[in-house]
Design a binder for this molecule. Sequence first.
Ligand SMILES: [Zn+2]
Length: 205
Amino acid sequence: MDFSSKLLENAVNEVSRLPGIGKRTALRLVLHLLKQPSENTKFLTEALSGLRENVNSCEKCHNISDTVICAICSNPNRNASLVCVVEDIRDVMAIESTAQFRGLYHVLGGKISPIEGIGPQNLQIESLVHKVKEGEIKELIFALSSTMEGDTTNFYIYKQIESYDVITSTIARGISVGDELEYADEVTLGRSIVNRIPFEQSIKS
Ligand SMILES: [Zn+2]
């Protein structure tokens, strides 16, 4: 691309670093911003830099949060002994939107994936095992997507905690194999949490 302005070129280059955004889309977005009142660009840049500088992860569940303990973990009306294991915030949002789950979450931050070089040590697994060891959790629900990485991660965690006094279950497979949770509709996802099955049953089938 041949730019008539260095400033425009810089902005396009930065925007095109985002996933799924090519140079042409980046140019379209930047030109759109140029047509808007300058406050809009100011709000956008402030929102992004504020996010980067101030966002935290909850000390208990590792979900993205503005506070040390997130709103879900600090809600006394939620059942702290029932914990749903998910990959990231998108899964928390998907499950919350079903309004079928009143326990807490544990956000792993990804799935074990040797191809991508992600091992158990790169995920929030140790703190989860610790919570189980301490007896804080009565039931653990595995709600990772049913891909090979999801299954491997579930099984790895299960092996770490099977000797402890904790019930393990997995969301019912209304979610088809390979589906990511965030794409499941609310009714299907809600039903799959309510109708969860013992984890042992899922690894035998
Ligand atoms: Zn939390």
